[in-house]
Design a protein around this ligand. Structure first.
Ligand code: PLI
Length: 469
């Protein structure tokens, strides 16, 4: 080999990787003009939830129910057993939840919030306080509607977008114990633990933390209930970041993680690669009996829970695919690719890069826009106008109002979530997205903020309307 050749040899540490699948079917998307998009966002009250999907070029609003199913899942749809009672697809789903998540008793629900409703009604009584590692919108509203209030016991670093703590989803055990002692064990129905904390930027919980959490809660007789919506992404981060897990399979890490909890609710629309579905899983027979009874009131019989048999089959199969190490590495790898580009261009994002999304830090993006002028909502609207890329506000609008005082809650994090559906978009879509965000960043001084003109009572961010100030 000549010296010249050896100089040209590629740096093998920078090896490319590719997703472990190829595309079999495509769905066309539509590019529109800037003028067109400016009109659409105005019509939508500057709320990306109110845009029509056909007016969106790259849809990064959410990773929920937006993933692409595999041929194995689509084939499963044809095997749907649509019996009202005892569908074989339910038993397949039940067996896979037991096998991969390790829980005993399963109730299917139409999606995550159906399970959140059941679990809140079963466990919470009026005046209860539910501690958790940062609120999630639908989780908290169900806790409140059941008569409880949510108390944040996540580590402080979770509220700091620039902290690079590897497990920013961890529960602060000191805060939790103070709370239990302060309000009394009898008013704590369970600890609401979320894996890869969505509102913190897709940040994981360490195995050590969940193990210690369980030990602490056992001392008080408080159950630990897991929001397993993105627990597989959490397991992947444990494999990558926590000592002693590097050589373990994600599937084994998931099982160990869940083993420290007493039960779980799930929006299968995320990790499990389906467009609809969810479940509640409990190890306590008596609580399960209550859930199985309540599900028939709100969702459907306990062997379908608001789902078609075919949907349960797709979910059962999606679970099998979701724990594959190659899949999850590519899934999180794509998020890291987008985040890495933005970091290179000095766009302010939440660190470390999350599992399901890159989160833009709107407070640093638009330091001149006060929080009650909705900087993150403004940013999401600007990104749509720039390139037809749809994202979601995760800041003051999502946080809503305090039910007691009626005032805005002012979360420390004022973010725009750029969520990546699983197995849907290519690297080129990530490039276009990054370039659009960079362009908005360079024009940041022009943005002025928004004001609310319509505000619904519950989960206002979904349907609120705003206009420029
Ligand atoms: O959208 P559902 O009802 O299937 O699930 C509610 C839900 C529960 N927990 C967590 C952590 C979620 O992220 C979640 C839903 N998330 C949505 C819709 C999202 O865009 O992140």
């Amino acid at each position: 080999m000549t010296t010249e050749n050896s100089l040209r040899k590629r740096d093998s540490s920078k090896k490319s990787w590719a997703e472990p699948w190829k595309v079999k079917m495509v769905e066309p998307t539509r590019w529109t003009t800037r003028q067109y998009r400016a009109e659409r966002i105005q019509e939508a009250g500057f709320n990306t939830f109110l845009l029509k999907s056909e007016d969106v070029y790259i849809d990064l609003l959410t990773d929920s129910g937006t993933s692409a199913m595999s041929d194995y899942q689509w084939a499963g749809l044809m095997l749907g057993d649509e019996a009202y009672a005892g569908s074989r697809n339910f038993y397949h789903l039940e067996a896979n939840i037991q096998k991969f998540y390790g829980y005993k008793y399963i109730v299917p629900t139409h999606q995550g919030r159906g399970a959140e409703h059941l679990v809140s009604q079963i466990y919470i009584k009026k005046g209860d306080v539910v501690p958790g590692n940062m609120y999630f919108t639908t989780t908290r509203i169900h806790q409140e509607l059941a008569g409880g209030s949510f108390e944040d016991v996540i580590v402080d670093e979770a509220h700091d977008p620039q902290s690079e703590r590897p497990f920013k989803g961890d529960v602060d055990l000191g805060k939790l114990e103070d709370l239990i002692k302060g309000v009394g064990r009898d008013r704590i129905p369970y600890v609401s633990l979320a894996a890869t904390v969505n509102m913190a930027g897709g940040q994981p919980v360490s195995m050590q933390n969940v193990r210690e959490l369980r030990a602490l809660c056992d001392g008080y007789g408080v159950p630990v209930l897991l929001d397993a919506t993105r627990a597989i992404e959490n397991a992947y981060f444990i494999q990558q970041r926590e000592e002693g897990y590097r050589d373990k399979k994600v599937a084994d890490i998931l099982l160990e993680f869940c083993s420290y909890t007493h039960g779980s609710w799930m929006s299968a629309k995320k990790d499990s690669l389906v467009n609809i579905g969810g479940w509640l899983a409990l190890n306590d027979w008596n609580k399960f009996e209550e859930a199985r009874n309540l599900v028939v009131v709100y969702e459907g019989l306990h062997t379908y829970g608001g789902l078609a048999g075919r949907d349960m089959e797709a979910m059962a199969r999606g679970i099998e695919e979701s724990v594959d190490d190659g899949h999850i590495r590519a899934r999180v790898g794509q998020v890291e690719y987008l985040g890495g580009k933005l970091l290179d261009w000095e766009v302010p994002i939440v660190l470390p890069i999350g599992g399901h999304a890159v989160f833009l830090d709107a407070k640093r993006f638009y330091p001149h826009i006060p929080q009650d002028r909705f900087p993150a909502q403004t940013l999401a609207a600007q990104i749509y106008i720039e390139a037809g890329v749809r994202t979601m506000e995760r800041g003051i609008l999502s946080a809503g109002r305090d039910p007691e005082t009626g005032r805005h809650r002012y979360p420390k994090l004022e973010l725009v979530r750029v969520a990546i559906p699983r197995r849907v978009y290519t690297q080129a879509h990530m490039d276009v997205t990054a370039e659009a965000i960079e362009e908005v960043f360079w024009n940041r001084d022009r943005a002025k903020g928004l004001k609310l003109v319509y505000e619904p009572k519950y989960l206002r961010f979904f349907q609120a309307r705003l206009e420029p100030v």
